[in-house]
Design a protein. Sequence first.
Length: 101
Amino acid sequence: MTRGRRTLPRVAGARRTEPIRTCVGCRRRDRRATLTRVAVRNGVLAIDPAKRAPGRGAYLHDARACLEAFARRGGFVRSLRCVIAKDQREALVARLPEVQG
């Protein structure tokens, strides 16, 4: 098994592997498709719906609890290597449901 990927059952025409990422809030591993990527570019925190934007990024479930746990543990400084203002975090929480929905 390759690190970061899991093998799916073989189905005609289906992808054989699917990327696995860790939610930086709850620390659970999940399929990349079920997580939301946030990225920091030039000090601005933004949701990355395509999951390909340049800059430092982190994956989160769309649950408010995951984002709060991430902020409480100092994840913005550790994972994203920047300090994010509280108003930017609150704006992100407000937008998470619309990305996953």
